[in-house]
Design a protein around this ligand. Structure first.
Ligand SMILES: [Zn+2]
Length: 158
């Protein structure tokens, strides 16, 4: 059996927070605000995977109200989502994701993000694709108020 899921997430950029995307801490003047490390790329991927298995969304499984999740690495959340999938007999076929950020430049860091996601999901790095784009200065991402991410995930049973 094959299933597909979609995820979208956005977080606000604020001072005095580290900017963490795809498990990589990027040098930047601002970081994303959130209960966990606010890794918007990983959250979109988690939501795509949860959507593919029909398990609702990230907020249902990892609520902001849970103090044990405060400041948690989103890679750990992704590992837990993978455990849920694997326990149901699902494997990840591939993931395609897009980060929407006016700054900083993400290109040089994408290979590490890909490796981080692949390791959490126990797949080859070739199964994970991460893209970065800007919105040409338009909207909340373009004006630097936040960063957004979209992801689609294909999963299958063996
Ligand atoms: Zn999020």
């Amino acid at each position: 059996m094959t299933r597909i899921g979609h995820g979208f997430d956005a977080h606000r950029l604020v001072p005095n927070r580290p900017l963490i995307l795809g498990g990589v801490t990027l040098p930047f003047t601002q970081g994303l605000l959130g209960h966990s490390d606010a890794d918007v790329l990983i959250h979109a991927i988690c939501d795509a995977l949860l959507g593919a298995v029909g398990a609702g969304d990230l907020g249902r499984h990892f609520p902001d109200s849970d103090p044990s999740l405060a400041g948690i690495s989103s890679l750990e959340i992704l590992r837990r989502v993978h455990t849920m999938l694997a326990s149901g007999g699902w494997s990840v076929a591939n993931i395609d994701a897009t980060v929407i950020a006016q700054a900083p430049r993400l290109g040089p860091h994408i290979p590490v993000m890909v490796d981080n996601v692949a390791a959490c999901l126990k797949v080859e790095s070739t199964a994970i694709n991460v893209k970065a784009t800007t919105t040409e200065g338009l909207g909340f991402t373009g004006e630097g108020h936040g960063i957004a991410a979209h992801a689609v995930a294909l999963i299958h049973t063996r």
